[in-house]
Design a protein around this ligand. Structure first.
Ligand SMILES: C[S@@+](CC[C@H](N)C(=O)[O-])C[C@H]1O[C@@H](n2cnc3c(N)ncnc32)[C@H](O)[C@@H]1O
Length: 332
């Protein structure tokens, strides 16, 4: 008989769809900065919600609030959580229909999505687009092209992933499609907000990379307001690859703890023969630092480091039992 020790069991973290800018790769380095008594983890810029999923899989936090300004994306999240079986079946239908002309079929689905905003169509588009990178035109139409080398995730794999996501989050997650400012004002002192805003300089009107957009000055002003209210938060913001800096650092006057996280090598640059490492900034708010110190789990202590959860993001073992209670608005 093999006895599994706790250390041998790594929580597996499912993911719902490919998403450019996903923090899956560095989630294990972010999680230790969440106090153990966190009531609710709030992600105002959730995208594919890699941090909430990693937290839920490791059992660190019990309640979640996922928000994104992109309303059709939140519509997709609602289906992932509430109707994963039906969603997976509709994805499979599209995936099979795409043969023999995947390219033409993609554009057909894209047109239909722009008319209807139906969640299963968005799921198919996310699975097929270049680097999972959402792009919208100035008039708000989804205009990203397909990656013609790939067919999109196999239906059986996708089914397993979204069932896993639903099992982890369905009963304890609130979903909203608001501007991030309306979300952060609702946080209580026991919550933690994790913010991963769109890459600086991207906005809905300028380069159409993301829905919404947040200017540096506006963002800093919101953070100052959060400091004044004593709200705990963590931010992923600027970074660098080799000598190249991405974005502007947050100002000293916010009194944030500035950490650097190794995010691995850029695969594009490695292909070109320039193996440069990417380092991302992580900022911790003053109140969050106080909470971590009180817990005796300050970000820099050895004890704190030893609490880093071991997570694996390859595949997902489906649990034997699924819960199906719907999330209730305001229930967090
Ligand atoms: C860098 S992505 C977040 C990626 C996420 N951390 C993940 O793991 O997938 C930024 C997200 O912010 C959303 N967004 C942009 N402007 C916003 C705003 N003003 N309020 C709320 N969400 C916004 C975008 O739609 C996008 O999904």
């Amino acid at each position: 008989m093999t006895i599994q020790t706790a250390a041998a069991v790594k929580p597996r973290v499912p993911h719902p769809f490919p998403y450019q800018g996903s923090k899956r790769g560095i989630a294990a380095q972010i999680l230790p900065h969440l106090p153990i008594n966190t009531r609710c983890l709030i992600e105002p810029f959730c995208g594919s919600a890699a941090i909430s999923l990693a937290c839920a899989a490791s059992g660190r936090v019990q309640r979640f609030w996922l928000n994104d300004a992109n309303a059709p994306l939140i519509g997709l999240w609602a289906q992932v959580l509430e109707r994963p079986v039906e969603l997976a079946a509709r994805y499979e239908e599209l995936w099979r229909q795409q043969l023999p002309d995947r390219k033409a079929f993609f554009f057909q689905v894209r047109d239909e999505f722009n008319r209807t905003h139906e969640p299963h169509l968005l799921l198919y588009l996310l699975a097929r687009i270049v680097k999972g990178a959402i792009r919208y035109s100035a008039d708000g139409r989804f205009n990203q092209s397909p990656d013609n080398r790939r067919s999109g995730m196999q239906p059986s794999t996708l089914r397993e992933q979204i069932l896993g996501v639903s099992t982890l989050l369905a009963t304890r997650t609130k979903l909203t499609a608001l501007d991030f400012r309306s979300v952060v004002t609702e946080a209580t002192l026991d919550d933690v907000i994790y913010m991963d805003p769109p890459y600086q300089g991207t906005s809905f009107t300028r380069d159409h990379r993301y829905f919404g957009g947040v200017s540096y000055d506006e963002f800093v002003e919101v953070l100052q307001g959060m400091n004044d209210r004593g709200v705990s938060y963590i931010i992923s913001y600027d970074g660098r690859t080799g000598d190249k800096k991405h974005g502007r650092s947050l100002p000293n006057r916010l009194s944030l703890q500035h950490l650097h996280i190794r995010a691995g090598r850029s695969s594009q640059l490695t292909l070109l023969g320039h193996a440069r490492e990417t380092v991302e900034s992580l900022y911790l708010s003053p109140t969050l630092m106080d909470r971590l110190h009180v817990e005796g789990a300050g970000a820099a202590s050895d004890e704190h480091k030893s609490k880093q959860p071991e997570l694996t993001f390859e595949g997902w073992m489906r649990p034997s039992r699924r819960t199906s209670r719907r999330w209730v608005s305001g229930d967090r």
